[in-house]
Ligand binder design. Structure first.
Ligand code: C6P
Length: 407
């Protein structure tokens, strides 16, 4: 199978030429945010230089061009997720806002005291707190599917937890704190048998694998552009058209209306019903360029390359004395969280930063995962298409130096 030409790919990412503390940048914090290729940077720059205008309202040429680019980006996202129609793609600020939209517009009108919302123990806070807020306001109850010592979902428990009071199941596709890739198709099948709609948090999946919402069988799918080589402040919620049609608007303002009067206001059709106010036009154009970057580069090739990096790094890290990998699922995304006996992860991150290596340390917005593994925090390396095996070697050398200093 055709391999990724990584050295050639790196030329598209200007930031990778950076030096940090006098050393070449080794960027391994991709689960936090990925870097941007020239095609994304130039698409947004070109918009501001040549056809910046507001969308959907103007009759002048720039507004026509801006509107076309904006709606083309929506079609690109629909293609990325294999949506039935681009009417099912709602632009949001990112995964967090997408999940909040579902909590407020889909679930709030449906849920009553004693109803249940089911999530997993490995969720990111953005797929925990919106549901807790809803529970506080409605008397609904949050239920949690447990995970095992490897950081894998305990599917058997799901069958016991899901029931006629379950109003929604929220599940992360790929855990940012463990790397676990969840069996989303299987979970959606179980949920469908119980008539329970499923929201999948896809923030860490869309950069690393071909996502097909039809094959997964979920009802909502949330994503962020900045995880998949696009800009921050833009992402999308995909939802089944029939569900989105029934849902009330969740923010009021311009764009999301058809007619406003003090007696009555009628709302716009999908997807505009959920997009109040002037949208993040340049962000959407950047997201569209990021989708095209993924397709042009080859998502399968990226996935194979990242899995090879994951295997190489895991194999070498498993030999380091006192290093514990947190998250040993059989099926993982390109994320390795770890601890070093006797050392606080923050100290590891600080020291290896002096070697030019960027990783993340902390709770990764997944405090329940830290509690489960009884660690205050972890250090986390996460890979992207442009990372090299040689960069893993630099990381491991820096880690060894940190270990010698700290242990
Ligand atoms: C699984 C998962 N779900 C939701 C989010 C939130 O994405 P936003 O674009 O911020 O809305 C993230 C972002 N995780 C970053 C920041 S905590 C990380 O360092 O892992 C995520 O990984």
């Amino acid at each position: 199978k055709e391999q990724l030409d990584v050295l050639r790919l790196r030329e598209q990412f200007p930031v990778l030429e950076r030096e940090v503390h006098g050393k070449p940048l080794v960027y391994l914090d991709n689960a936090a945010t990925a870097q941007r290729p020239l095609s994304v940077i130039e698409a947004m720059d070109d918009f501001y230089r040549r056809y910046n205008a507001n969308v959907h309202r103007g009759v002048h040429q720039l507004s026509v061009e801006a509107s076309e680019a904006f709606e083309t980006a929506r079609k690109d996202v629909a293609r990325l997720l294999n949506a039935t129609s681009d009417r099912e793609v709602i632009f949001t600020r990112g995964t967090t806002e997408a999940i909040n939209l579902v909590a407020n517009s889909y679930l709030r009108p449906r849920v009553k005291a004693g109803d249940e919302i089911l999530i997993s123990h490995m969720e990111h806070h953005s797929n925990i707190v919106p549901w807790q807020l809803l529970c506080e306001q409605t008397g609904a109850v949050l239920k949690v599917i447990p995970i095992n010592e490897k950081g894998e979902l305990m599917l058997d428990a799901l069958e016991d937890l899901i029931g006629e009071r379950t109003r929604l199941l929220g599940l992360v596709h790929v855990s940012n704190a463990l790397g676990t890739v969840n069996p989303v198709r299987e979970v959606c099948e179980i949920a469908r048998r119980h008539g329970v709609p499923v929201l999948i948090d896809g923030a860490q999946a869309t950069p690393h694998e071909q996502v097909d919402v039809q094959a997964i069988g979920c009802d909502f799918y949330a994503m962020s552009a900045h995880k998949m080589y696009g800009p921050t402040g833009i992402g999308a919620l995909w939802g089944r058209e029939a569900l989105l049609e029934e849902m009330p608007p969740w923010q009021g303002g311009g764009e999301m209306i058809l007619r406003v009067s003090f007696d009555e206001t009628t709302y716009n059709e999908l997807p505009h019903k959920f997009e109040a106010g002037t949208p993040n036009i340049s962000g959407a154009i950047g997201l569209g360029a990021a989708v095209r970057f993924l397709f042009d580069t080859g998502i399968e090739k990226i996935a194979r390359h990242e899995q090879a990096l994951l295997e190489y790094a895991t194999e070498r890290m498993s030999k380091i004395e006192g290093l514990r990998i947190i998250g040993q699922a059989a099926h993982k995304g390109p994320v390795i969280a770890f601890t070093l006996d006797g050392v606080h992860p923050n100290d590891i991150g600080t020291i290896i930063d002096h070697h030019g290596v960027a990783i993340r340390t902390g709770h990764h917005c997944a405090m329940p995962v830290m509690q489960f593994f009884d660690v205050p925090a972890t250090a986390r390396v996460s890979f992207a298409a442009y990372n090299l095996r040689a960069e893993i070697d630099v990381f491991l050398n820096a880690l060894e130096k940190a270990r010698q200093m700290l242990v």
